[in-house]
Ligand binder design. Structure first.
Ligand code: M6R
Length: 606
């Protein structure tokens, strides 16, 4: 969370910084700021809210300076306002920070005792004053290493110095940071996305490292201040279109793109000639793996939970699932025969990365399922299966969720086949069915009208519930997450069979309840649970799949039918109306769909 950009150039940098901040807004949008250096003076401008507010400030076009830093904030310490917005500056340095300084209170006490005055409520300001303090007596590299050594927690930093005319410093521990190389200029960015419009030549800093950038020179140092060499990577050139096109929101575009993204994913992994799945260069023998642990956060965790159901059906392996923020602090028993699978759209989620790091430190087998192939999680895993769904800009994950499920499903199928848990005929038939999925998604996307009409009831309700059993349970969780995330309506996902054990008490007259009851092995049981909530006054929106058989139940408020496929694939289809329900509900309320309140796309703090 929070986005950092830094540029040192032979020309004025403020316009380019503002441009990049727009691209970084998905990481945080509470406030934004910029600082540039000109004639040994630091100029600073900040604004509460979006980059637009910052740009409205007329002085920005007059901001001189060939070196500068910019920041978009997702507040951790201190409310989102002008004073707490980054950069934070003293009369010596200016700093932008992504992450959390855990010992900031202790450091602040020490600095106040030395006569430093603090202006903001942020943890970041201690970095400004530590540097200022050390620079009184130490030369630059020593002052930087001393400062970084004092900091506990996570950070990516961009720093400019009043007495260093074209110098830009970056440092990383825990939060990602990349260096980009351009003609007569060099850049710093909290991810490659912000840098892509300026360069495709990148170096990622590793934990503990820092760098000194000038317009024509880049130097890297380790935590002890010793110079090191780093590789320059070339970013993939398939620049996707970071544009809404004719859509009102990125989310709407991303929902509609799903047939194409699934087609791309299938094309990448399915061998059409042999009806086989290629999980290229899988580095282990299947006999070396007896269990799989799937780990993620939020929507990615729901994809993991979905995979548990599939993997248990398709393989004889032991399958467990965990939320990354729980896993990283658990007393885990690492086994050499367990494969740890990390699912993340961004590949930068702090908790998921920490869980991976823990596995790496315990020499575990690790696999990443990510959308951003240059991400930290991809780089530090033994094996990567990219999602190939193109950039997802809307904070609410849609096409990446389907993409994650697709890769996980194909992985389950392949491992089941390799392990001889499913026979060749079933394997080939399931692959053939899978190839039809993009078209079924296209058809399901057409069911729009009914969803638009039901949103009024959801928008008036005190709360709502999403119920499903078996394969539909993770999708119920995802549907509830989407609705609460976008329309701020209280929504709970539950296994339908759990209702009697407490949640049924919440049902009252007129409460909207979404029941996911496709015609699969759980159908009859779910329909019984649905009747129990209807009997208690719930307004049930039933989501099932098309069938010649009628649904035998009275008093269903509304029914939406998705296309029909084999049971394994129904979760993909059930997801579509739930994404649309959340979208239209937020649209009717006039909320900011691509940037819901309090959230950020890439959660790079714990
Ligand atoms: O980038 P990741 O997939 O690791 O992100 C994990 C979650 O933060 C993310 O899925 C979040 O729950 C979405 N905003 C939900 O729509």
């Amino acid at each position: 969370m929070c986005g950092i950009i830094g540029i040192t150039s032979n020309k004025s940098v403020s316009a380019a910084i503002i441009n990049s901040l727009r691209k970084l807004e998905y990481r945080g949008y509470d406030s934004a700021g910029i600082a540039t250096l000109s004639n040994n003076e630091i100029f600073e401008l900040k604004a509460e809210g979006r980059v637009d507010n910052l740009e409205k400030n007329l002085s920005i076009s007059n901001m001189k300076g060939n070196v500068g830093i910019g920041h978009v904030r997702w507040a951790t310490h201190g409310i989102p306002n002008n004073i707490n917005a980054h950069p934070h500056s003293s009369d010596t340095v200016s700093v932008v920070h992504n992450g959390i300084i855990e010992n900031s209170t202790i450091l602040k006490k020490f600095l106040v005792s030395k006569g430093h005055n603090f202006k903001s409520q942020t943890d970041t300001e201690v970095i400004v004053h530590l540097l200022t303090e050390y620079l009184k007596t130490d030369e630059l590299i020593v002052a930087i290493t001393k400062t970084l050594k004092q900091l506990h927690g996570s950070f990516a930093l961009g720093i400019i110095f009043k007495k260093q005319p074209d110098l830009l410093v970056g440092a990383r521990r825990g939060s990602p940071l990349a260096v980009g190389y351009g003609p007569n200029e060099n850049y710093l960015g909290s991810d490659s996305y912000a840098l892509k419009s300026m360069t495709n030549k990148i170096t990622y800093l590793d934990d503990g490292e820092f760098c000194l950038l000038k317009k024509d020179q880049v130097e890297f140092f380790n935590a002890y201040g010793k110079k090191i060499n780093k590789k320059v990577l070339e970013l993939s050139s398939n620049e996707a279109i970071y544009d809404k096109g004719d859509f009102k929101h990125f989310m709407a575009k991303e929902i509609e793109e799903q047939p194409i993204t699934l087609k791309n994913g299938i094309r990448e992994y399915v061998d059409n000639i042999n009806n086989d799945i290629n999980i290229y260069n899988f580095p282990w023998q299947i006999s070396e793996i007896s269990s799989i642990m799937l780990i993620g956060c939020g929507t990615a965790y729901h994809a993991c939970l979905m995979a548990k159901y599939w993997f248990e059906n398709l393989t004889s392996l032991d399958i467990t699932v965990d939320i990354a923020s729980e896993f990283r602090y658990r007393k885990n028993k690492f086994k050499p025969s367990t494969l740890y699978v990390f699912v993340s759209q961004s590949g930068e989620t702090a908790d998921t990365y920490a869980a991976l790091d823990l596995c790496n430190k315990n020499n575990a087998k690790t696999c990443a399922i990510v959308n951003v192939i240059e991400s930290s999680i991809a780089r530090d895993s033994n094996f990567v299966l990219p999602i190939h769904c193109g950039p997802e800009i809307g904070v609410a994950s849609t096409k990446a969720f389907l993409g994650q499920m697709l890769i996980l499903y194909m992985m389950g199928l392949k491992l089941g086949f390799m392990n001889k848990d499913i026979n060749k005929i079933d394997y080939v038939n399931k692959i053939k069915d899978l190839k039809k999925l993009p078209e079924l998604i296209s058809q399901t996307l057409l069911t729009d009208d009914k969803i638009q009409t039901v949103t009024a009831t959801f928008n008036k309700a005190k709360g709502s519930m999403f119920l499903g059993r078996g394969f539909s349970y993770p999708i119920a969780l995802e549907g509830a997450l989407k609705l609460k995330e976008l329309s701020y309506i209280h929504a709970e996902g539950y296994p339908a069979g759990e209702m009697k054990h407490g949640p049924l008490a919440l049902i009252e007259n007129g409460m909207p309840v979404v029941v996911l009851a496709p015609r699969d092995d759980y159908y009859k049981k779910t329909i019984s649970n649905m009747q129990e909530v209807i009997a208690r006054g719930a307004k049930v929106l039933l989501i099932t799949n098309k069938s010649k058989d009628e649904v035998f139940s009275e008093n269903i408020w509304e029914t939406i039918e998705v296309e029909t496929s084999n049971n394994d694939l129904l979760p993909f289809l059930l997801t579509i109306p739930l994404q649309k329900l959340a979208y239209y509900s937020a649209l009717k309320k006039g909320y900011d769909i691509d940037k819901p309140r309090n959230l950020a796309k890439s959660v790079t703090v714990e």
